[in-house]
Design a protein around this ligand. Structure first.
Ligand code: ZN
Ligand code: ZN
Length: 195
């Protein structure tokens, strides 16, 4: 996989194009973290971004599609969902937040500043000359996670009794829905018996 980094000094003053493949393993790395999401990578993604230098600040703009693979919430069949990611980030020179292994530098204060100043919401600090996109990209992949999918709006799901996929035909099970009020009465009777 190509490195998800670029050197600030190598960006043309007129702006540059940055391209990289986000491998299936990279996307899975974001989705199967701790805690894991209900999705897996549905494949690789291709990233094409416009990079513009504003002094030492770097504006990074991209729009790409991430393929997610989940399960139909009714019949558990695999479902692929492509989600677009529209991303504009401004990288600013400074302390990199949350460096792994680094000492926690007053995290409470940093959080307050980041969440209450709208100007800095999309700002990402970088140190040195190299900008590493992997952290912000992992974050964006997690933000793009779609709601639990269905394979088809008309999906009939699985029989709760025998587990048959009802899209393939009926199984013949007696699936009379019990009115929840009657179900509550049934429970009360059972409790009385136990006394
Ligand atoms: Zn389904
Ligand atoms: Zn059945």
């Amino acid at each position: 996989m190509e490195p998800l980094t670029f050197n600030v000094d190598e960006i043309e003053d007129s702006g540059d194009l940055f391209e990289a493949d986000l491998s299936r393993a990279f996307i899975d790395g974001a989705l199967r973290g701790d805690p894991p999401t209900e999705f897996y990578a549905g494949g690789a993604a291709h990233l094409r971004a416009k990079v513009t230098k504003l002094g030492r600040k770097v504006l990074f703009q991209t729009r790409f599609t991430v393929p997610f693979e989940g399960q139909c919430k009714r019949c558990l069949k695999k479902v692929r969902v492509d989600e677009p990611i529209d991303l504009t980030l401004t990288f600013v020179p400074g302390e990199v937040r949350g460096e792994p292994g680094g000492p926690a530098k007053n995290p409470g204060a940093a959080e307050t500043a980041a969440s209450f100043d709208p100007e800095t919401v999309d700002e990402e600090p970088y140190s040195g000359k190299v900008i590493d996109l992997s952290g912000p990209l992992r974050e964006q992949i997690l933000l793009a996670i779609p709601p639990s999918p269905v394979c088809d709006e008309a999906c009939k799901g699985l029989c709760p009794l025998c587990g048959k996929d009802l899209n393939q035909g009926d199984c013949g099970c007696e699936r009379t829905a019990i009115d929840p009020r009657w179900a509550a009465l049934k429970d009360m009777k059972v409790q009385k018996k136990e006394k």
